[in-house]
Write a protein that binds this ligand. Structure first.
Ligand code: MIC
Ligand code: SF4
Length: 747
């Protein structure tokens, strides 16, 4: 975003914020300041946390190559000539890690040519900045180039909040939301509640930003942040670098939070200057008072935030979370005992650092400091070590500063600047497909099957420095903070705490960052989608609601326990089909655990009685003209922003998803695609649904905001049970349902 636009925003803030202080009769938190400053129409807007629907104007939109394909296909349906807000596309998810950066990049470019050409030509045509494959991971590139204090952005990726490290409210959303904002519409979100995290003390020794967020994951759980913004403040915040703040905000997605952000401070200004944005740093310094909470908020936070968490950083121990969920947390000192008790394989088979969460210069420096200690002592790594730099800028800088060489000396492999093993783009041959095994990484998510496609892989997450030290111990039973490993002379060797500057003393290395500006005359650029492509398929509008209630629909799937988007629409090899709705729908519910059998991915076809994959059953029902429902558990749709997890069910005939509770982004994605998202008024009603039941939803013609919906369960013997379900749809969203999708309602 151009500096003058930021200047205009800052200059508009005092007036708008004063108006808000008058209306609310009190001082403002930073989150509120940003929301107020971006209101589409402050005077008309209702403000009520947890209740009102906010209409906002975003400063920027970011897309990546996996979700971005659908976002752009939807944007194209709006028929606009140019995007209405600054937008970028980042090619990061489709590069498979196999043998190292150079070879992997070449293969990716050849394999994904058609998709890259599509993304590149749409970007050129519609005025979107294009970051080439290998340029870096969306969130790192955004932090380095676009994020700024006080801004509001949305991104078609759940870890968009990474930009909160620079004091921006950056929110992960589905592709349809992005397409609409790019087409010039206001963007809507539920007015979030606020959690204040009051940081005191100082991060020191082994403790790192990652431990702040892994600790909070344990405390608040994976749904503790749903429809809430987490705002960090207090003297402790100043002991955390801007990129460290980014790590904390990034992984706030694992709490289900709408976003996370820090108040503007000198560490942010230093990062802006180091990344060639001195002018923005100066402007932010000038307008500092608008980019932090008001003084009365800091004096008595409990009056202003819905919840306040106190965290003394000086007492924070390094943490490690996993397996299978980011909220399974404990201090590293407690891991060994738990490994024994649970019978998890203690041997670490792979150690991985980097990803969008943890690939700053500081992260790499601290990890290299650990590696150097071992090298000096003559200790060899016991575990293969993989490094994913977050961007070309980071890669060039750590190469210049000898950090890369250190990693190579310990036998590390440097992968492309891309998502790679974090999203299952990882060809791994060191373990058998069903072999239970343990890996440790500095990534942010560890759902079953995520990294290598195998649910038998137990994935643990911790800071890059702890991952690096553990690669030398080779076992989960080694606690690098308190324990020792045998040196080459047989004597116990103890690591000292990691050290490392947050910013490169010589500045970041320059060179080609991998950016391509849009064409000056976009009209002349042609976007080509081959009709027989297996990667891309132009979208057909979903049919309108026919005005009738849903009568006696079968249950395609009742899921039990965790049902993340990785369970509903797995990534990895399936990323290949992200632009082709029909092809990708073959992965639908492959990871979902069938509540009737405990098996993943399969169930009884409610019409034929045959046991097949959920997709096969859905395709059969669709062919027979039979629609179906989904019954789900808690926090259904947790994790990714991928709207394929809503589009595939919609495409294959799903009408209603009825659950105990939803994750925010997925619930919106369902609404956007015209599926009815309902929650049980009584959570235990989940237990009433059995395999052979049929489900009716009544009174759809009278669907209204806040009004419960009647659902009837028809038992095979003819008995019926009526229950109440709730929904969170506004009038406008009910309009989407009736039109068949939000996009239909638009055009
Ligand atoms: C993820 O971390 O799960 C992803 C892959 O980045 C997703 C986006 C996607 O599915 O493409 C996300 O976080 O939203
Ligand atoms: Fe990529 Fe992983 Fe970050 Fe998602 S979490 S953007 S897959 S690196």
């Amino acid at each position: 975003m151009a500096v003058d636009q930021i200047k205009r925003l800052y200059e508009s803030m005092p007036g708008k914020l004063d108006e808000a202080r008058r209306r609310f009769g009190r001082g403002l938190t930073l989150a509120e300041k940003i929301l107020v400053a971006h209101a589409d129409d402050f005077a008309k807007q209702e403000w009520s946390r947890g209740k009102a629907q906010l209409r906002l104007r975003v400063d920027r939109v970011a897309l990546q190559d996996a979700t971005g394909q659908m976002a752009l296909l939807q944007f194209m349906q709006a028929g606009k000539k140019q995007v209405a807000v600054p937008s970028t596309v980042h090619c990061d998810h489709l590069i498979r890690a196999e043998s190292g950066a150079a070879a992997d990049m070449q293969r990716a470019i050849a394999e994904n040519r058609e998709v890259y050409d599509f993304l590149n030509s749409t970007s050129r045509k519609y005025g979107i900045g294009f970051w080439k494959p290998g340029a870096g991971i969306i969130h790192q590139v955004v932090l380095e180039n676009y994020a700024f204090p006080g801004g509001l952005m949305i991104g078609a990726d759940s870890h968009t909040p990474n930009a909160g490290g620079l004091g921006m409210a950056a929110i992960g959303v589905g592709g349809a939301d992005c397409g609409e904002a790019m087409a010039g519409l206001a963007w809507e979100v539920l007015d979030p509640k606020l959690i204040g995290v009051h940081l005191t003390g100082k991060l020191a020794g082994w403790s790192s930003p990652k431990d702040v967020i892994t600790y909070l994951c344990g405390l608040l759980t994976v749904k503790g942040g749903t429809n809430k913004i987490i705002e960090y403040f207090g003297p402790g915040a100043e002991s955390i670098s801007a990129t460290g703040k980014g790590t904390i905000c990034n992984m706030g997605a694992e709490l289900g939070a709408t976003t996370s952000l820090f108040h503007f401070d000198d560490r942010m200004a230093a990062y802006l200057r180091a990344t060639d944005r001195a002018e923005i740093a100066r402007l932010a310094e000038q307008h500092r008072q608008h980019l932090v909470a008001d003084p009365e908020v800091l004096r008595d936070p409990r009056k202003f935030y819905d919840e306040v968490v106190e965290l003394n950083l000086s007492e924070l121990e390094p943490h490690i979370v996993g397996p299978h969920s980011p909220d399974r947390a404990r201090p590293i000192s407690k891991l060994a005992a738990e490994v024994k008790k649970e019978g998890w394989p203690a041997q670490i088979r792979q150690a991985l650092i980097g990803s969008c969460t943890n690939s700053s210069y500081e992260d790499m420096r601290r990890a290299a400091h650990i590696a150097m200690q071992a090298l000096k002592a003559g200790i060899k790594a016991k575990t293969p070590f993989l490094v994913t730099p977050g961007s070309e800028r980071i890669y060039q800088t750590i190469k210049r500063d000898g950090i890369m060489e250190t990693f190579q000396k310990i036998g590390g492999t440097v992968l492309a600047n891309a998502c790679g093993p974090c999203i299952g783009q990882w060809k791994r041959s060191d373990v058998g497909k069903e072999e239970t095994n343990t890996i440790v990484s500095s990534f942010n998510r560890n759902f079953p099957g995520r990294n290598d496609g195998s649910a038998s892989t137990l994935s643990f997450l911790t800071s890059p420095e702890i991952v690096t030290a553990m690669a030398f111990g080779g076992t989960l039973e080694f606690d690098p903070v308190h324990g020792t490993i045998p040196g080459p002379d047989g004597k116990p060797f103890r690591f000292t705490a990691p050290e490392g500057e947050e910013l490169p003393a010589q500045g970041f290395a320059g060179g080609d960052a991998g950016f391509e500006a849009p064409a000056s005359d976009g009209d002349r650029v042609q976007v080509i989608v081959a009709p027989d492509s297996e990667r891309l398929q132009l979208l057909q509008p979903f049919p309108k609601w026919d005005g009738r209630d849903f009568g006696e629909l079968p249950i395609l799937v009742k899921t039990r326990g965790k049902t993340t988007t990785d369970h509903i629409s797995p990534a990895g090899a399936w990323l290949r089909f992200r632009g082709h709705l029909d092809r990708i729908s073959d992965n639908m519910f492959l990871g979902a655990v069938n509540a009737f059998t405990g098996e993943a991915g399969k169930g009884v076809n409610p019409v034929t009685g045959e046991v097949k994959t959920f997709t096969q059953n859905a395709r059969d029902l669709k062919a027979k003209g039979v629609s179906w429902v989904v019954i789900g558990d808690e926090n259904y749709g947790e994790g990714s922003s991928r709207e394929h997890a809503a589009m595939s069910p919609r495409y294959l005939g799903g009408k209603v998803v009825m659950v105990r509770s939803f994750a925010r982004i997925h619930e919106t994605n369902l609404k956007k695609q015209g599926i009815l998202p309902l929650t049980f008024a009584k959570a235990s009603d989940y237990d009433l649904f059995e395999q052979a039941d049929r489900v009716s939803v009544r009174g759809l013609g009278a669907l209204a905001p806040g009004k419960p919906v009647e659902v009837v369960i028809h038992k095979p013997g003819g008995k019926t049970v009526a229950i109440q379900c709730l929904h969170t749809m506004t009038d406008e969203q009910i309009g989407w349902f009736k039109a068949g999708s939000a996009l239909n309602a638009l055009t």
